[in-house]
Design a binder for this molecule. Structure first.
Ligand SMILES: Nc1ncnc2c1ncn2[C@@H]1O[C@H](COP(=O)(O)OP(=O)(O)OP(=O)(O)O)[C@@H](O)[C@H]1O
Length: 764
């Protein structure tokens, strides 16, 4: 059905603007829509599979008003294409309708086109004379020819270039097992380095299941992350200096130190992004750049360099160290103590390094130092999956492996055992456009699945609604929530989908470090004006608006005292503050009236007023971290304005923000216990994981690729853009069976161009 009434207004989907569909959807959810024929309640279907249409909420038979609808009979969706389950309209057929298109307004869902046909893999089995590999094969652990070569080349430098899903974990574990069994290599002479502690546990678990290995052998392996292994070495040689009590374990401990230093430069806690500064400091440390090496290129780097210097001084004075120091400390120890270096060079004879594409300078130098005499290093990784440049990793280490380790044997694993052919082909087409990479092409081992889907919501809100509709349909039909993942470039992109899932009954989990959108500095600051408009005595809100009025936090005490003395509200007291600047004082005088007016208009308008009339725009320009492009305050402001569109009053928006903050905490608590839930995660966190079905949000220029990479590209540096393309590649290759790419028409309230990474993928 294409027509419905909202009160007396007829909504005709044939002519209704794409941008208004979300609010029609919301009206339907609130029971505000009626069938144009029988006047019973209807809702709007806003999903991925079919075009939007109205359906009755309380019975499955839709009225036959199709004569009113100007779709040709050829295009008309059949009523029996739907069934009603749990009050939800579920299409029976999963086929994507490309013919029943709402003219001009609705861009139909489509699929990636022109992928090369699937060639049944004539997979070469690994031929090896190894009796151990035969034994493994008999117990179900097979290797193909490339994998066999990779596990058998034990001596000398080896680079295993393993495409996504090509079984590198299998290669690493089988290789280790082979060394311990058939080759009788002492486990204590093998260093097996993984990217996470979880990965090292998984490796050991797998080894424990392999035939012919004893628990004792596995325990004697030196297996762990770079940090855990090198910290053990430090602790052995300098236990006093590296005792556990001196470790700055938590981010807030480190932030505390740089915040103290920030006072010397008048960097306000509420304004300066100390967390980003810590990240910058970590980046320098991991690149073995010490305070004296830094040559700041702009104001941001200059401030960070100052904080870095003070941070190091503080640690030295107070005998503290952080995680980064563990690696730097070990590197210095080995460099400055030839005896110790010799000892470890003769102790460790074999190095196996997982996720080599994410190695950083200090880690690389450590491994080079230790392996230089035996040169038995086996690096396993995929330059196409290098996505941690912000932590100092770079695909350069893998790209230059052959140069740094002369005579290296390079083995490519190109069979993808994870994903269906159409997904693998699409991923290949995306990544081959990167220039700085080693040539390789994955080939899928099965063809069970249709080409990836492209869908085109109007904005972030519709994107979330369409995905949740799709999830509900599928889960109602019996699919497993744990099979789904929703991946995004940055946490802030997950706001709308989090909100929609929080209001559904679907089980979902989020990353532990995902902060609520409404707790972000710029968002809180802006909402504080709305809060004050409803309650001029709200102390927290008064404190939160001070930075944007360019007032120090100590003004809070002053206005509290004034409000008691003069028996007035905090807001009125604020208007009396004397700053010594006539212009500022004049602005403060106007504040109470301006703030009070905010509650009388829709929140989306109120936010515009805060931005333009109350000077928030100037604040964001000056203090919104605008220079550091990756985390701009202005982006948060634009996101908030999109979120606010769905609310009629300031109270509704503020209640929603409180609810979402509470839900964020709650969902994180539950995330630890949920085992069969939809996963919401950043692409970075999804690395190394796999899911049946994957939705990727925001495939538009500015979203993925992220704005900052486009800025760099315009300035002549293409490498961040290449890293963004790798991110899309990593995201796409997490999917085993189905992949959905969302391409919204607008983003943050502005028209958006489809991601350049998808160019040409859906055209004949
Ligand atoms: N020779 C093989 N035959 C059949 N299945 C295999 C083979 N090798 C690996 N697999 C399976 O392929 C899947 C992907 O393997 P794995 O997770 O080790 O890939 P990966 O290279 O680590 O992936 P990524 O780099 O994308 O995270 C696993 O389910 C694994 O059991």
């Amino acid at each position: 059905m294409k027509k419905a009434y909202k009160q007396d207004t007829l909504i005709d989907l044939e002519t209704y603007g794409h941008e208004g569909l979300q609010s029609v959807y919301d009206d339907g959810q609130k029971g505000m829509l009626a069938c144009s024929v029988c006047r019973q309640a209807v809702k709007l279907y806003l999903g991925i599979v079919q075009e939007p249409s109205f359906f009755h909420s309380n019975h499955s038979q839709d009225c036959t008003e199709s004569m009113e609808v100007s779709l040709s009979s050829h295009d008309e969706p059949k009523e029996d294409a739907y069934i009603e389950r749990n009050g939800f309209r579920v299409p029976i057929s999963r086929s994507i309708t490309q013919t029943a298109v709402i003219k001009t307004l609705w861009k139909p869902t489509s699929r990636i086109k022109d992928n090369p046909p699937f060639r049944s893999a004539d997979k070469e089995k690994g031929l090896s004379s190894s009796s151990y590999l035969k034994q493994l094969r008999e117990s179900g652990i097979e290797l193909d020819a490339q994998q066999t070569e990779a596990v058998s080349a034990i001596e000398g430098p080896v680079l295993v270039l393993s495409g996504a899903g090509s079984g590198k974990t299998r290669v690493l574990t089988v290789r280790t097992a082979l060394m311990l069994t058939e080759l009788n290599i002492d486990p204590a002479s093998i260093m097996l380095v993984t990217f996470t502690a979880k990965a090292s546990r998984e490796m050991k678990d797998r080894l424990n299941k392999y035939p012919g290995l004893t628990a004792q052998q596995i325990n004697r392996l030196v297996c762990g992350t770079f940090h855990s292994i090198f910290y053990r070495i430090l602790l052995f040689h300098e236990p006093q200096r590296w005792n556990k009590e001196s470790l700055l374990k938590r981010e807030w401990e480190k932030e505390h130190i740089i915040k103290l230093a920030g006072k010397e430069r008048n960097l306000d806690e509420k304004e300066f992004p100390f967390d980003s500064a810590l990240q910058q400091i970590g980046l320098w440390k991991n690149s073995l750049l010490f305070p004296e090496d830094i040559k700041p290129e702009d104001d941001w780097e200059e401030k960070c360099a100052f904080l870095y210097k003070r941070y190091e001084e503080y640690k030295n004075q107070h005998h503290k160290y952080d995680f980064d120091d563990m690696l730097i400390g070990c590197y210095s120890l080995l460099k400055s103590s030839p005896d110790i270096l010799d000892f470890y060079r003769s102790r460790f004879k074999y190095f196996l390094i997982d996720e080599f594409q994410d190695i950083n300078t200090v880690q690389y130098e450590l491994i080079k130092l230790l392996s230089s005499s035996t040169r038995n290093i086996c690096a396993v990784g995929d330059d196409d999956q290098s996505i941690y440049a912000f932590r100092g990793s770079s695909p350069e280490f893998i790209l230059h492996f052959e140069r740094d380790f002369e005579g290296a044997n390079v083995i490519k694993l190109t069979n993808n055992y994870r994903s269906a052919h159409e997904i693998v082909s699409t991923a290949n087409r995306i990544i081959t456009r990167n220039k700085n990479r080693l040539e390789k092409k994955m080939s899928a081992q099965h063809n069970n699945g249709a080409p990836p889907v492209l869908f085109f919501p109007f904005d972030e809100e519709q994107e979330a609604t369409m995905i949740v509709t799709d999830l509900k349909e599928r889960i109602t039909r019996g699919e497993n929530p744990g099979d789904f993942a929703i991946l995004y470039r940055t946490h802030s992109m997950s706001r709308a989908i989090f909100e929609r899932l929080a209001h559904s009954n679907l089980p979902f989990v989020i990353d532990q470090d995902a902060e609520s959108f409404y707790s972000r500095r710029m968002v809180k600051g802006m909402l504080a004006f709305l809060k004050l408009s409803l309650d001029p005595d709200d102390t927290e809100a008064a404190a939160d608006i001070l930075p944007s009025l360019f007032l120090k936090q100590n003004v809070l005490q002053q206005i509290k005292a004034q409000s008691i003395l003069n028996d007035c509200s905090l807001l009125t007291a604020l208007s009396e503050v004397k700053t010594g600047f006539a212009f500022q004082e004049k602005k403060l005088k106007m504040l109470p009236d301006q703030v009070r007016r905010l509650k009388d208009v829709k929140p989306s308008i109120a936010l515009e007023m805060v931005e333009k009339d109350l000077g928030y725009q100037d604040f964001v320009k000056k203090r919104g971290n605008e220079g550091s492009s990756a985390e701009k305050g202005s982006d948060d402001v634009r996101d908030l304005k999109v979120a606010a569109r769905r609310f009629q009053t300031a109270r509704e928006l503020l209640d929603h923000a409180d609810h979402m903050r509470a839900m964020n905490t709650e969902v994180k608590k539950l995330s630890k216990h949920f085992h069969n839930a939809i996963q919401l995660t950043t692409i970075h966190r999804a690395k190394g994981l796999e899911y049946g079905k994957v939705y990727i949000l925001g495939n538009v220029d500015g979203g993925l690729p992220h704005d900052y990479s486009l800025d760099s590209y315009r300035k002549g540096d293409p490498s961040p853009l290449e890293e963004e393309r790798r991110l899309l590649y990593v995201a796409a290759t997490r999917a085993k069976d189905e992949l959905f790419l969302s391409v919204p028409e607008t983003r943050r309230g502005k028209t958006a161009a489809p991601s350049r990474f998808l160019q040409g993928l859906n055209k004949k």
